[in-house]
Structure formats: structure tokens, C-alpha cells
Design a protein around this ligand. Structure first.
Ligand SMILES: [Cu+2]
Length: 152
């Protein structure tokens, strides 16, 4: 009798342990292209909609730190949701029509297309009439940092 109790205890703890294992809390960092605080809100909201517990994106490093339960979601699902909201991620590219709907300030320089000459489309806030500077002054600069376009 005593051994049976011990056996069921072992069995219980084994299954208790394995079900806990199946729901491990994962923490990872994903590269997400974007510009500003508005992008940050959209990116983090998309990640949370896709099941992430915590999401924190930095406009400076373009890195999104996410915490999620592997039983609930995964990095592909999270990245797909972010791409669907208009932002390119390391694994997924946002549809052009969604990207085009983004606010002018959020039109980040998109992820370079692989296998081709890297394409870095000019962000709309680098348009001459918007920032009042020569296009050459915008070369290689990010737009909308500190709410200023095309810092020279
Ligand atoms: Cu933005």
C-alpha cells in the first residue's frame, strides 16, 4: 500500500513536471524595423495580440524583447502579427499595402531585399518639401528621430 502511494506520487510529480515543462516561459529578442514611439506602440500591441506576455521594442536598437509561453504562441506567430501591422521583422516582411498605410513619420527604411542589390527606399519624411533639405542631406539618415526629419 505504501509503495502504491509512493508510485502515484512519483507518477503525479512526473506529469506535473512535464506539463510545467510544456509551458515554459520563453524570452527572446527579435529584430523589428521601425522609427518612433508610435511604431513602438503598434509593434508591442501586435506582439501582445499574438500572445506575448511582455513586449518591449527599442527605437534605438530596433530590437524587440518578448516574453511568452511556448504553449500559447511562438516567435513566428508574433513576427507574423507584427508584419501584418506594417513592420518588417527578421523573419517576415510586411505587406506593401499595410506599410503604405503607416503614418508618414512611421515610414521606416525597409528591410533590404535579400538576393538583390540592397534596396533602401527613401522614407517619405525625407521628401524635399517635407524636411526642406537637399536629398543628399538625407542619405543614410533615419527619419523622425526626436521628431526631426533628416538630421544633418
Ligand atoms: Cu513611427
Amino acid at each position: 500500500m505504501k509503495s502504491l502511494t509512493l508510485f502515484s506520487f512519483i507518477l503525479f510529480s512526473f506529469f506535473g513536471f512535464s506539463s510545467a515543462q510544456a509551458q515554459t516561459k520563453e524570452k527572446t529578442t527579435i529584430k523589428v524595423w521601425g522609427n518612433c514611439g508610435m511604431c513602438k506602440k503598434t509593434i508591442e500591441a501586435a506582439a501582445k495580440d499574438a500572445g506575448a506576455k511582455k513586449a518591449n521594442w527599442s527605437p534605438e536598437t530596433k530590437l524587440l524583447q518578448v516574453t511568452y509561453s511556448s504553449a500559447k504562441t511562438n516567435t513566428d506567430k508574433i513576427q507574423q502579427a507584427i508584419a501584418q501591422s506594417g513592420y518588417d521583422t527578421q523573419g517576415f516582411t510586411a505587406p506593401d499595402e499595410v506599410y503604405n498605410q503607416l503614418h508618414g513619420c512611421c515610414k521606416y527604411e525597409r528591410k533590404a531585399v535579400t538576393g538583390n542589390v540592397p534596396v533602401t527606399p527613401k522614407a517619405s519624411c525625407c521628401d524635399k518639401q517635407k524636411c526642406g533639405k537637399d536629398e543628399a542631406a538625407c542619405k543614410g539618415t533615419g527619419c523622425c528621430k526626436d521628431k526631426h526629419c533628416c538630421k544633418s
